[in-house]
Design a binder for this molecule. Structure first.
Ligand SMILES: Cc1cc2nc3c(=O)[nH]c(=O)nc-3n(C[C@H](O)[C@H](O)[C@H](O)COP(=O)(O)OP(=O)(O)OC[C@H]3O[C@@H](n4cnc5c(N)ncnc54)[C@H](O)[C@@H]3O)c2cc1C
Length: 406
């Protein structure tokens, strides 16, 4: 099959792009999850409803570019090739996980992962939970955990109090965000700590406590689950392989959401982390402009969502103190069991990979790559993207030799 407009990612950006593009073209949307919705609309059929001339295929992974204007896919029926006229990348973001002592113990998980597991039915009633990392996502996760009967003992925010306060004040300019912030912050205030982060997970075969740093002091708290997420990083691997220019890891786009590659648009978290409103409006613009429709009416909303993205970035920038969390025996790459001590002599990801096998396991460096970049990077606090090679995801060898077209 040949798609007039192919969209990769069925999160808010991809869904919104599909609806807009479908007014003028036949659209194909691909996503590797079981259901559409991306990170926040999963299990919400109303929000993910699509017009008739949109074909949605889930459980399909784009492994990388094939030839010009074609992609290699892994589908439940085997590998295949997709030819497209125009492509919209809406591949979203994932969590940044920074390693600390014994973070590989069972029940130390990502903050967003806890949210996803609860939504998929994990029973956390009565569980004692510590949530740590940075950004407003921590509050959203805490609110959901409390609602499902979890006991949220601490919310540890690495940013200092003055920046959290600045964020709260600046958010007041965005009515939908401030209403959300008030409702989320309401139940969290008592256990919320700023300038704080977990330094050690404690337990035999699973987590039983954490030690955290709060300013100059260290505290011990018994708990069953530690959910940790240091913000989001873009899923930019496919864009990079397709030749899109990136800046600080984000795909560079113009006012029409066009990337630097002809007929290739990008929308949502891969162009900058800014939340669901930014993803939705950028998706709409990409859908409209990729099919020659006017999108002038969207500019103001897009500009506002970008201002919010900048407020987020500025106030929740990672503290350089987090670079000291990993010690020599802290596991950095859990797929290949590589410790921080083994790679700390390298500043170059490729060299570390060749010498120590870091990033060569099933996750293909999705977790340890950004962590390595933060720990060994030259910037004081930023996460530089690490180079990627196809396929984007680890796959069976036979999937690299497709026979039929989708
Ligand atoms: C774990 C997590 C939890 C979050 N929770 C919240 C929350 O509670 N509230 C909130 O406001 N924001 C939350 N966010 C932020 C959220 O990502 C955005 O607000 C919004 O979902 C972004 O929409 P998007 O369409 O840009 O990307 P996403 O929603 O991330 O959608 C991208 C989709 O593309 C798919 N994809 C990526 N690469 C490929 C590929 N190669 N082949 C096939 N499919 C691919 C992904 O699986 C995903 O389904 C969360 C983010 C994360 C990572």
């Amino acid at each position: 099959m040949r798609a007039e407009v192919a969209i990769i990612g069925a999160g808010p950006a991809g869904i919104s792009a599909a609806r807009a593009a479908a007014r003028k073209a036949q659209v194909l949307v691909l996503d590797d999850n079981l259901r559409p919705g991306g990170q926040i609309w999963r299990r919400n059929p109303l929000l993910t409803a699509l017009p008739e001339n949109v074909t949605l295929k889930t459980r399909v992974r784009v492994l990388g570019p094939w030839q010009e204007h074609s992609l290699l896919l892994e589908t439940p029926d085997g590998p295949t090739i997709l030819d497209y006229d125009r492509l919209i990348l809406a591949t979203g973001a994932r969590e940044l996980f920074l390693p600390f002592k014994d973070w590989t113990l069972a029940n130390v998980i990502g903050a967003g992962a806890l949210q996803a597991l609860i939504k998929e039915g994990w029973n956390i009633r009565g569980k004692r939970i510590v949530i740590a990392g940075t950004g407003p996502l921590l509050l959203a996760v805490a609110a959901l955990a409390r609602k499902q009967g979890g006991k949220v003992l601490r919310i540890l925010e690495q940013a200092p109090a003055n920046r959290v306060l600045a964020f709260a004040c600046q958010t007041a300019l965005y009515p939908s965000k401030s209403a959300q912030a008030i409702s989320l912050g309401f139940g969290a205030f008592q256990n919320y700590r700023t300038s704080s982060f977990i330094v050690e997970a404690i337990g035999q075969d699973r987590l039983s406590a954490v030690t955290y740093q709060d300013g100059d002091k260290r505290y011990h708290v018994d708990c069953d689950i530690a959910a940790v997420g240091y913000g989001l990083i873009p899923n930019n691997e496919l864009a990079g392989l397709l030749g899109c220019r990136t800046r600080e890891g984000y795909v560079v786009v113009d006012n029409d959401q066009r990337s630097t590659v002809a007929n290739l648009f990008a929308a949502g978290e891969i162009t900058g982390i800014g939340g669901v409103e930014k993803s939705t409006i950028e998706g709409e613009i990409a859908g409209l402009r990729s099919t020659g429709q006017c999108a002038d009416h969207c500019s103001r909303q897009r500009d506002r969502s970008w201002q919010f993205a900048k407020i987020l970035e500025k106030n929740f920038r990672l503290s350089p103190a987090l670079k000291n969390l990993a010690t020599d025996d802290t596991i950095l790459c859990r797929c290949e069991d590589v410790s921080f001590g083994e790679v700390k002599q390298f500043h170059d990801w490729r060299l570390a990979k060749l010498q120590c096998r870091i990033g060569m396991g099933p996750c293909q460096g999705r977790v340890c790559g950004p962590a390595f970049s933060f720990l060994r990077g030259t910037g004081s606090s930023n996460v530089e993207p690490v180079p990627v090679r196809p396929p984007v995801f680890a796959t069976h060898l036979q999937n690299l030799t497709p026979k039929q077209k989708l």
